[in-house]
Write a protein that binds this ligand. Structure first.
Ligand code: GDP
Ligand code: MG
Length: 173
């Protein structure tokens, strides 16, 4: 398909600490598989995915960066107002949750005020290892005025749902 065949072309980026499952979510969504070792080779990886929603054909350009927030104070790429962001943490790793505010600030400094952001709590299949409660994450998301959704790339829980949700937000932003 050519660019003119799409109603929308959106860029989607993943941010969040190393190891929280960003690459696994991307691979689960685009390739329908799960690898125990989904590490990003090099500085970034990207995939295209076409979705049909509300009678529209939408091309998602999904970027998976390996960014260390300690050395980067801005996003690794320019986003347009209608692009979208997944801010991911690992529900079994409190440190990754503690980083959410910092990632949010990093994002906010480089985007327009209505760029959609979805907070994703990944690895919800590991309930017995949970370090961050649903309510606590939901409260943080509410304070940031963004949506919170829990996923499992491993069990394929809510993966389509988070992408559909972000896509709807981008269409309507
Ligand atoms: P990234 O650094 O954020 O891209 O994280 P990766 O996608 O490379 O995942 C880091 C590790 O967590 C890998 O060993 C994955 O297999 C594992 N992982 C990712 N998603 C899940 C999940 O939903 N459940 C479980 N149990 N493990 C996961
Ligand atoms: Mg990765």
């Amino acid at each position: 398909m050519k660019a003119k065949d799409y109603d929308f072309i959106f860029k989607v980026i993943f941010i969040g600490d190393y190891g929280c499952g960003k690459s696994s979510i991307l691979i689960r969504y685009c390739d329908k598989i799960y690898h125990e070792y989904a590490y990003t080779a090099g500085r970034f990886d990207f995939k295209f995915h076409t979705v049909k929603m509300l009678g529209k054909t939408i091309k998602l350009q999904i970027w998976d960066y390996n960014v260390d927030r300690r050395f980067n104070t801005s996003l690794p790429t320019q986003l347009r107002p209608k692009d979208g962001i997944f801010l991911v943490f690992d529900i079994t790793n409190r440190k990754s949750f503690n980083s959410v505010n910092g990632w949010y600030e990093t994002a906010k400094s480089s985007i327009s005020s209505n760029t959609p952001i979805v907070l994703v709590g990944n690895k919800c299949d590991l309930e017995s290892e949970r370090q961050v409660s649903y309510d606590e994450a939901k409260e943080l998301a509410d304070n940031l005025n963004i949506v919170y959704i829990e996923t499992s790339a491993k069990r394929n829980n809510n993966i389509e749902a988070v992408f559909n949700f972000l896509t709807l937000l981008m269409i309507n932003s």
